[in-house]
Write a protein that binds this ligand. Structure first.
Ligand code: SAM
Ligand code: SF4
Length: 332
């Protein structure tokens, strides 16, 4: 029965409407990217991790408050064997229109059938380099062939728009950025260059020396390919989108540090250990354990979501600082 006092939209104190859920289903990963700091896949899944039922309750509570998109991330979400079931439940939740994953792609070929059956309609694949040895170094041992294969498969399966994420880092993959941009020329691939955020508790000097602004990357790309054309986009989207003239895909610049988009933030996060996190770049989290374990978890989670929206900060902590949790535990 509809609770007449419950708002049908989740709005924060600054008038931002929260529509997008990010669910981190594991802090484990089979890669070890320098900027992210994951537990390895040799670790067992930590205790108290989100169950299929937890995710279902949280997605239902969110949908009752008007959230309509759920993205599964991690860690590496495809390490969770229950991921298809979680996605299937989200797909069958009234109000949820969009189900997506962010993945390193390594297990996509192996698992794509069950993910498609579960309702996957969008995929972001992370790829920081095309050169095998630079890729191996950036990911702590990854094989770029597997990721390229996942990208080909996503295109074959028409999971458009297929978006690729690359974190731009001086000294790590700066020599790869033009080749990554080139991927958008002949295939409908949407390559997004993301500014490195200080979410791995690295020392300040190494962070500052690796940081590359989106404007610097764009200038390098324009020096090679000519002036990029602007692609009009939804103003709430974090990416500024362009294209190389006559290319099939596009190039996006996600500049959370040099051009913060907090004013249009529409996100709420759920961490793998049952915490609700209003902002990627602030440490504030709400412990939702009691709500998940209560007799009526959906109503209790609605209360947690309302409180989390109320506590969402106007802006994240953009400057480097020691964080209570690193990226992999938050969910990118
Ligand atoms: N394992 C999956 C993957 O790599 O796509 C999903 C999780 S990962 C944390 C999600 C995204 O966050 C990836 O595209 C990754 O490149 C990005 N990311 C991780 N750490 C980051 C950081 N410190 N700054 C900017 N982006 C980061
Ligand atoms: Fe793993 Fe993704 Fe983090 Fe890389 S960015 S270590 S692939 S979770």
């Amino acid at each position: 029965m509809q609770n007449l006092e419950r708002p049908t939209v989740l709005m924060d104190r600054f008038g931002r409407i929260i529509r997008d859920l990010r669910i981190s289903v594991t802090p484990r990963c089979n890669f070890h990217c320098a900027y992210c700091d994951p537990l390895t896949d040799a670790h067992p899944e930590p205790r108290g991790i989100l169950s299929v039922q937890d995710v279902d309750n949280f997605v239902r509570a969110s949908a009752l408050l008007g959230l309509d998109a759920a993205r599964f991330t991690g860690g590496e979400p495809l390490l969770r064997k229950e991921l298809p079931q979680m996605m299937h439940n989200a797909r069958n939740t009234p109000g949820i229109k969009d189900i997506a994953i962010t993945t390193n792609g390594t297990m996509f070929r192996r698992r794509h059938k069950e993910l498609l059956e579960a309702g996957l309609n969008r995929i972001n694949i992370s790829i920081d380099a095309l050169n095998p040895s630079i890729f191996r170094q950036a990911t702590g041992g990854g094989d770029v062939k597997q990721v390229l294969d996942a990208i080909d498969l996503a295109l074959e399966l028409n999971l458009h728009p297929v978006k690729l994420n690359a974190v731009s880092m001086q000294g790590i993959n700066h020599t790869e950025l033009l080749d990554l941009a080139r991927l958008s020329l002949e295939q409908p691939l949407h390559v997004r260059f993301i500014e490195y955020m200080h979410l791995n508790n690295s020392d300040l000097e190494s962070y500052n020396s690796a940081f590359l602004s989106g404007a610097t990357v764009k200038a390098q790309i324009e020096a090679e390919y000519g002036t990029l054309e602007v692609v009009p986009t939804d103003p709430s989207s974090p990416a500024r989108v362009y294209k190389i003239p006559n290319s099939q895909g596009s190039l996006g610049f996600i500049n959370p540090i040099s051009e913060p988009f907090c004013g249009a933030c529409s996100r709420m996060r759920l961490t793998a250990d049952r915490k609700v996190r209003p902002c990627l770049l602030t440490d504030r989290e709400l412990d939702a354990n009691a709500a998940f374990d209560s007799a009526n978890p959906i109503e209790a989670l609605i209360d947690v979501l309302l409180e989390a929206a109320h506590k969402k900060d106007r802006m994240g902590d953009l400057l480097p600082k020691i964080r209570e949790r690193t990226m992999v535990a938050i969910g990118g």
